[in-house]
Design a protein. Structure first.
Length: 122
């Protein structure tokens, strides 16, 4: 009986896992630990109030509308005949003054006014 117990103890102490069996076991344990920590921390990261969600949606919509307005106002080259009475000094001064109030120090490049252009009236 004692010899049988010794045999079992020696077999138990000599028990070794081969590398082929050990690597998948370690990977499984690591994956389970990683999954556990990600599930527990993801709640804290994504926990936001209804108000924050609404603000983010509103900001996104405002940004979209702003880009749409900018795209509608892209300058286009208007081809046509020059207006008979082209720019006078008063119109040039008004244009420069309006530009300088918005963009101080900017240089102003004014083209001749074409007939039929919507900018012809002012």
């Amino acid at each position: 009986m004692l010899s049988l117990l010794r045999l079992q103890l020696t077999n138990f102490t000599n028990f070794r896992l081969s590398n082929r069996k050990l690597i998948p076991l370690i990977m499984t344990v690591m994956f389970m630990l990683l999954w556990f920590f990600l599930c527990n921390t993801s709640h804290a990261v994504t926990d936001e109030t209804q108000n924050q969600t609404e603000r983010r949606k509103q900001w996104s919509m405002e940004k979209h509308y702003k880009l749409m307005r900018i795209a509608q106002n892209i300058p286009k080259r208007f081809t046509g005949k020059l207006r008979e009475d082209n720019l006078n000094d008063i119109e040039v001064r008004e244009t420069v003054r309006a530009t300088q109030s918005v963009f101080p120090g900017a240089s102003v490049n004014i083209d001749g006014v074409k007939t039929g252009c919507p900018c012809e009236e002012g």
